[in-house]
Design a protein around this ligand. Structure first.
Ligand code: URA
Length: 236
């Protein structure tokens, strides 16, 4: 059971204060009865909650796939700079969605945003072995010895040891990098440690979830039920 004001505010349509006002004005009913107080306990999955007679649909969690453009921070807020949350409408921003792992400001590609903390944890924890695949363009010529070094596990300049990773050379200066962890600037630092600084980076996938190429940079959509089911299965 959850508090009525929490459930209504979680729809993103009203703030907690607005919800209190709705209840006070007698505009909210639960299973046909006038709600007495914002603190009333309701079962969000089973109770029929209406505002002004209109049923309110309730989702436990929201899952958004975004094609992150360069130039935005993967953060929920920042005093000075725009974040990926600025691309979402107010009702989604109010849900308290957070990016699943950070992409650098200049990195593009697949970014999942959700308020499902458990799934977020599982997608990011190396324990669940979820592959993250990046397309990178570097300065310089990639070689078979770079591929080997990635497979052996690269040690970065500050002594940080990376788990074995996959490097697939596409052309001389472009490649796919597959990691199961996400340390700060990891792809850039791994390639820089081989003398091949990254000039462009894009995340293509997380586990089975591939960036929908129909999404233009800056566009987003909800995950389909199939995409979500497979992601959950992969991290079970
Ligand atoms: N690795 C990086 O270096 N940058 C990113 O944005 C993601 C992975």
């Amino acid at each position: 059971m959850e508090r009525l004001d929490k459930v209504l505010a979680a729809t993103g349509r009203w703030s907690r204060r607005e919800v209190k006002e709705l209840v006070r004005r007698g505009r909210v009913t639960v299973d046909g009865r006038l709600a007495a107080a914002p603190e009333d306990k309701v079962d969000p999955a089973a109770s029929r909650i209406c505002v002004d007679g209109e049923p309110v649909s309730w989702e436990a969690f929201v899952y958004i796939m975004m094609h992150k453009p360069a130039g935005l921070l993967s953060a929920t807020e920042d005093a000075r700079q725009k974040t990926v949350l600025d691309l979402l409408p107010a009702e989604l921003r109010r849900r308290g969605l957070a990016p699943v792992g950070r992409l650098d400001k200049d990195t593009e590609g697949l970014l999942l945003l959700t308020d499902d903390g458990m799934l977020t944890h599982r997608l990011l924890s190396p324990k669940y072995h979820v592959d993250k695949v990046y397309f990178a363009q570097v300065k310089g010529e990639l070689t078979a010895s770079d591929v080997e070094a990635f497979a052996d596990g690269i040690t970065l300049g500050d002594g940080l040891v990376c788990r074995p990773a996959k490097l697939e050379i596409l052309t001389g200066d472009t490649c796919l990098v597959t990691l199961q962890e996400g340390k700060f600037h990891q792809v850039k630092r791994m390639l820089a440690s081989r003398g091949k600084p990254v000039v462009y980076l894009k995340r293509l996938s997380m586990g089975s979830l591939r960036l929908d190429e129909r999404l233009e940079k800056g566009q987003y959509r909800r995950l389909t039920e199939d995409e979500l089911r497979v992601l959950r299965d992969e991290t079970a």
